[in-house]
Design a protein around this ligand. Structure first.
Ligand SMILES: NC(=O)c1ccc[n+]([C@@H]2O[C@H](COP(=O)([O-])OP(=O)(O)OC[C@H]3O[C@@H](n4cnc5c(N)ncnc54)[C@H](OP(=O)(O)O)[C@@H]3O)[C@@H](O)[C@H]2O)c1
Length: 231
């Protein structure tokens, strides 16, 4: 199977790509801007499993040509799983937020996903698309000041998930969204300084990898909270 994980240089994306790499017959494509983090991913996977099945691309989802990503994957065949994990959190109250706050947040958390989905569609076949949302974007969950742009972008991503699953179901492509609560990463430290999350990025990565492989057998168009705490 061929799997693409965005935002794989650190945090949940790194852990997800690493967990997926455990199976030698699977090919992992890992993308984010920071090439150091990606190189660490390649080395860690090789050291941990003794095989080399992680390809990396250092690119900014804000301006990458998605055709280049499709060309990168194409020689390996169809894309069977896509984890839209890359995310940006800019903390600002509604009145302090600027047009740039909203633009940058939606560019990474929403519009980049739209571009990726449209551009990679030609190489999808029985693909499981897994969007990484957030409890902040989950209807009815507790909300926190300063996370308004971030949460709104994740709510948009959740709705995109539901709508896309409907549009692409006849093509045997399934689309789900996991909405994590607090996971110990750099982003969490920005959102909730000093808060200790009950879940590590490694544990969440294992869960995301498992869900990417298995979740589409049970779910389509679902937005699923993955949380044991508030936040
Ligand atoms: N941690 C939590 O508690 C939590 C809770 C709910 C949801 N989430 C979601 O889980 C996902 C992963 O979050 P995390 O906590 O692991 O955050 P993180 O440690 O800040 O990692 C974010 C990742 O996204 C990548 N990224 C950001 N902007 C990018 C861009 N323009 N182009 C390409 N890659 C970009 C970063 O890589 P580069 O900097 O190398 O580009 C990094 O690898 C996010 O979607 C986040 O919203 C996290």
């Amino acid at each position: 199977m061929n799997y693409l994980v965005t935002g794989a240089s650190q945090g949940i994306g790194f852990a997800t790509a690493l967990a997926l790499a455990s199976q030698p017959n699977d090919q992992i494509f890992a993308l984010s801007r920071n090439s150091k983090g990606l190189a660490l991913l390649v080395d860690t996977a090789r050291d941990q499993y003794g095989h080399a099945n992680v390809e990396v691309m250092a690119a900014d989802l804000g301006n990458v040509d998605v055709a280049d990503i499709a060309e990168w994957i194409k020689p390996f065949g169809y894309l069977h799983g896509l984890v839209n994990n890359a995310g940006l959190l800019l903390k600002a109250s509604f009145l302090d937020s600027t047009a740039a706050t909203w633009q940058q947040t939606f560019d990474v958390n929403f519009f980049a996903v739209v571009r990726l989905l449209q551009g990679l569609y030609p190489i999808m076949k029985s693909t499981h698309i897994l969007n990484i949302g957030s409890m902040g974007g989950y209807q009815g969950s507790s909300k926190f000041p300063g996370l308004i742009a971030y949460s709104a972008s994740k709510a948009a991503l959740a709705n995109l998930t539901e709508c896309l699953a409907e549009e692409w179901k006849s093509n045997n492509i399934r689309c789900n969204c996991l909405a994590p609560g607090a996971v110990q990463t750099e982003m969490l430290a920005t959102a909730f300084p000093g808060f200790e999350a009950p879940v590590s990025s490694e544990k969440m990565g294992e869960m995301v990898a498992w869900f990417l492989r298995e979740g589409h057998h049970f779910f389509n168009g679902k937005v699923l909270p993955v949380s044991v705490s508030t936040p």
